[in-house]
Ligand binder design. Structure first.
Ligand code: TRP
Length: 336
């Protein structure tokens, strides 16, 4: 499917990975990483810096994200898993790209504009709370992508504009310094049929505090699942599976047969929500038992994670050094 294309994606370490992340991003990224000949997956710790002020949280979430991918079966001998800040070429390319990136392009960034709009709505200075990490976020992200000759960037819809900005920045550098310097990347938008609902039925999200962590221990997992909000239908009433958070989560973990059976239990009536939740808990518990053990084993021995990340950084650097040499030769007249 990816032929000989280079695919790359980044994950910001800004929270403990939850089931919404698992279904919407982590699973498709692992599939991509295991299929593509050349895949780069990195933890974007520098991107977390514009908002996360506690270094111990950045550390914790970086390990949790890495352990999640490793525990869920990312083949790190094939795909390159690394930490953004371990490849020093990122700093070099970012500074070089700053000089071919127009401020006007940054002004159009949705993420920045959302903060400005919020400030204006609250009668604050438009740039209140805006640091240059936030404002120049798309330049760092362009450097992430362009550093590795990336052809394809699988991302969620919210990141499409950032990838398009990388295209603009690459195009601008190519125009100024020679056509073939940078590969112009394409976004690949991951389509999830519908947003994954959280405990309260809204989109599962850290900011709504309605999420279920992927690797909660059975007791905590059961407790969370029992909290899923349902309507007031009685056990005997027929229920619409497609309107139910329980079913929507269930189908993602179930075999085709299990999903069909659960669907029927909903539509024909006779199953209470309590029983449906119990079935959901048992299913997730069954599916996550093995990776959960691996995950906690990795977190208890973070050196195992470090070893993988450092080996990944070495492999990433081989490509990155060549790119920075090429771009700096064009821009400065010598390789740095
Ligand atoms: N900005 C992305 C996010 O918030 C994370 C990210 C950083 C990224 N660098 C990237 C994604 C490069 C794809 C490619 O989700």
């Amino acid at each position: 499917m990816f032929d000989d294309k280079t695919v790359l994606t980044g994950v910001k370490p800004t929270g403990t990975p939850h089931l919404g992340n698992l279904i919407g991003a982590i699973k498709p990224v692992i599939e991509m990483g295991n299929q593509a000949e050349k895949a780069f997956i990195f933890i974007a710790d520098l991107h977390a810096l514009n908002a996360v002020r506690d270094s111990s949280l950045i550390q914790k979430w970086t390990y949790e994200v890495a352990a999640t991918y490793m525990a869920l079966g990312l083949d790190t001998d094939k795909a390159v898993l690394f930490r953004q800040s371990d490849v020093p070429e990122i700093y070099k390319l970012t500074v070089l790209l700053m000089n071919v990136t127009s401020k006007g392009l940054m002004n159009r960034s949705h993420a920045y504009k959302a903060v400005v709009a919020d400030n204006e709505a609250n009668g604050k200075d438009p740039d209140f709370g805006v640091n240059m990490g936030l404002f120049t976020y798309p330049v760092l992200m362009a450097a992430d992508i362009l550093l590795y000759n990336t052809d394809l960037v699988p991302v969620g819809r919210d990141q499409k504009q950032h990838v398009e900005m990388s295209r603009d920045i690459a195009g601008s550098l190519n125009n100024l310094y020679g056509k073939e310097l940078l590969v112009v990347p394409e976004p690949v938008i991951q389509k999830v049929a519908a947003a994954i609902p959280g405990l309260d039925g809204r989109k599962m999200s850290k900011s709504y505090d309605n999420y279920i962590p992927i690797f909660d221990q059975p007791k905590a997992l059961r407790k969370k699942i029992m909290k899923i909000v349902t309507d007031s239908k009685r056990p005997e009433d027929p229920k619409d599976p497609d309107e139910s958070t329980i079913y929507l989560l269930y189908q993602h973990f179930a075999t085709t047969e299990e999903a069909a059976a659960m669907r029927e239990n909903f539509t024909k009536g006779g199953m209470g929500y309590g029983d449906a939740k119990k079935a959901l808990f048992e299913l997730i518990d069954r599916e996550m038992a093995e990776p959960r053990e691996k995950y906690y084993d990795l977190l208890a021995n973070p050196q195992q994670i470090e070893d993988v990340l450092m080996a990944g950084a070495d492999r990433a650097r081989e490509v990155a050094q060549e790119m920075v040499a090429r771009v700096s030769k064009a821009m400065l007249g010598r390789s740095i």
